[in-house]
Write a protein that binds this ligand. Structure first.
Ligand SMILES: O=P(O)(O)OC[C@H]1O[C@H](OP(=O)(O)OP(=O)(O)O)[C@H](O)[C@@H]1O
Ligand SMILES: O=c1cc[nH]c(=O)[nH]1
Ligand SMILES: [Mg+2]
Length: 209
């Protein structure tokens, strides 16, 4: 599907298996999510623009490339998206971080907003929205819409595991948004959990279950 990039690098697939395993505890789960964010972030930032500058090596002057200086931002969807922040910041330490607090109402499955704090110049930044799970797509769809309402025009969405339904929802609602994902699983169950998935990402990251 256009605009959907499935990252099947062996290191990504290996770490994904770690976090799917129900015997993996919070510490190892957190470490693997951070590492996955870093590996995926490497790919998701592949097309950042470069510009040429002149520097001097110990031998001579030379022209060489640096990032073109376009401002970057990452926007984790709370809570579970927080687990991906440090991995991304390791790659792009100058990025500003916005936060969107959303939880999925267990009855209606609708996203409920409880927090939103974005960089003031969000409309000037290339943004990557982070959330490990894309299930019904309701949370990511709402989060991306918030950011667009604040003026953002350049948005990517990065998640670890998606359902086919979630991918469809985001592709249709936000066709301009590229989706980076480590795996697209089979389906959603009756409670809209991804199967086989990894369970509740927030609870596993923070040990709340
Ligand atoms: O695609 P959806 O059907 O909207 O589901 C995905 C959302 O559910 C999870 O968050 P959750 O509501 O469990 O909140 P949490 O991160 O605080 O645990 C997950 O991190 C996504 O944000
Ligand atoms: O499978 C799922 C679906 C929504 N949220 C999660 O954390 N996991
Ligand atoms: Mg949760």
């Amino acid at each position: 599907m256009k605009n959907v990039f499935v990252m099947d690098h062996p290191l990504i697939q290996h770490k994904l298996t770690l976090i799917r395993d129900k015997h993996t505890g919070s510490k190892e789960f957190r470490e693997a999510v951070k590492e996955l964010a870093m590996l995926m972030g490497y790919e998701a930032t592949r097309n950042l623009p470069l510009e040429e500058i002149e520097i001097e090596t110990p031998l001579c002057k030379t022209k060489t490339k640096v990032l073109a200086g376009r401002k970057l931002g990452i926007v984790p969807i709370l809570r579970a998206g927080l687990g991906m922040v440090d991995g991304m910041l390791n790659l792009i330490p100058a990025a500003k971080v916005g936060h969107i607090g959303l939880y999925r109402d267990p009855e209606t499955l609708e996203p409920v907003e409880y927090y939103c704090k974005l960089p003031a110049d969000v409309h000037e930044r290339d943004l990557i929205v982070l959330d490990p799970m894309l299930a019904t797509g309701g949370s990511a769809k709402a989060a991306i819409q918030f950011i667009k309402d604040k003026g953002a025009t350049s948005i990517k969405f990065m998640c670890l595991i998606a359902s086919p339904e979630g991918i469809k929802v985001i592709s249709e609602a936000h066709p301009d948004v590229e989706i980076y994902v480590a795996a697209i699983d089979e389906r959603l169950n009756d409670h809209a959990y991804i199967v086989p998935g990894l369970g509740d990402a927030g609870d596993r990251l923070f040990g709340t279950k």
